[in-house]
Design a protein around this ligand. Structure first.
Ligand code: DGL
Length: 302
């Protein structure tokens, strides 16, 4: 078992907040959209940079680290934690929801939950609600296109290995073929703040590899690792001009909006406070990340 952050003490005086978790800085691509969509809410962001990147870790390690991160966020006042990480959403989410969240709610003495980002992304990619069942429901038959569309997915090895995007999209849309390109190393390069040229080469190599595998360009793409949103401009450069990208941050914000409307029991805080925690070194975040965020970012040691 991988050691995560130490089991946190319960913080009775903490401000209630929406928690956002990622292995590192990638989740800021989701977080930025959420803070704009829910202005006035308190947000707590936790980057597990001590253990990033997660993409090459074993499943059990990803589950343990994700649970430790969520526990830390609950202890700091989060009521709902958004896993702003495809890898954690693919590998850990269901396990945590089924086996740990009820226990966490008892421990913290209030409603808490952990939500992922893959379901809303698949809904956005397919244009269909998650509950849609192809075999029994023909409500959306007219919307299906006669020609097969090719969807390119860029993601970590762990997400690729889970095959969650292929399986769930295939269940819903037989006219949408998913081709996956795992990009080992890319999230780590973004974490490490390597220079733009090195990132450009890595991104271009993966885009080219995917095009060769498909035999043509994809019709649209998913940047299925939140870190890749920080270098979305490099993907846009490497893909044919105007290739549509499924907008994961907006899809997640829309889903969260609907979720909060159905679940008023979660205390979300309304002081408009943003706190950033890292299990790594505060101050070690690259300039590119601040540029993306748009203003200086101050991380506290988790
Ligand atoms: N940003 C994460 C994701 O969306 C994790 C990347 C990593 O840690 O390898 O998959």
């Amino acid at each position: 078992m991988t050691a995560g952050p130490a089991r946190p003490a319960r913080d009775e005086g903490a401000l209630m907040a929406i928690g956002v978790f990622d292995s590192g800085v990638g989740g800021l691509t989701i977080h930025r959209t959420l803070t704009r969509r829910f202005p006035g809410r308190n947000f707590l962001y936790l980057a597990d940079q001590k253990h990033a990147p997660y993409g090459g870790l074993k499943g059990e390690e990803i589950v343990d680290l994700t649970r430790a991160g969520c526990e830390r966020l609950f202890a700091e006042g989060a009521s709902v934690v958004v896993l702003a990480c495809n890898t954690a959403s693919a590998i850990a989410l269901r396990r945590l929801q089924q086996t740990w969240v009820p226990e966490a709610a008892r421990t913290f003495g209030r409603p808490v939950n952990v939500l992922g980002i893959i379901v809303p992304t698949i809904e956005a990619a397919t244009g269909l609600p998650w509950t849609y069942a192809r075999e029994t429901d023909d409500r959306f038959r007219d919307e299906r296109k006669s020609a097969v569309e090719v969807l390119g997915l860029f993601c970590t090895q762990a997400t690729a290995h889970s095959r969650v995007y292929e399986i769930e999209i295939d269940k819903r849309r037989e006219d949408l073929a998913v081709f996956t390109e795992p990009c080992p190393g890319l999230a780590g390069q973004i974490e490490a703040g390597v220079d733009e040229d090195a990132l450009r080469t890595t991104v271009r190599d993966h885009v080219d590899a995917l095009r060769r595998r498909i035999g043509r360009w994809p019709d649209k793409v998913i940047l299925g690792c939140t870190h890749y949103g920080i270098v979305a401009h490099l993907f846009a450069e490497a893909l044919p001009e105007g290739t549509p990208v499924i907008g994961q941050p907006d899809a997640v914000a829309d889903a969260l909006d609907r979720y909060f409307a159905r679940h008023p029991e979660y205390a979300l805080g309304d002081q408009g406070r943003l706190r950033f925690l890292t299990t790594g070194s505060p101050g070690g975040q690259s300039e590119r990340v601040e540029r993306f965020w748009g203003e200086p970012l101050t991380f506290e040691k988790a």
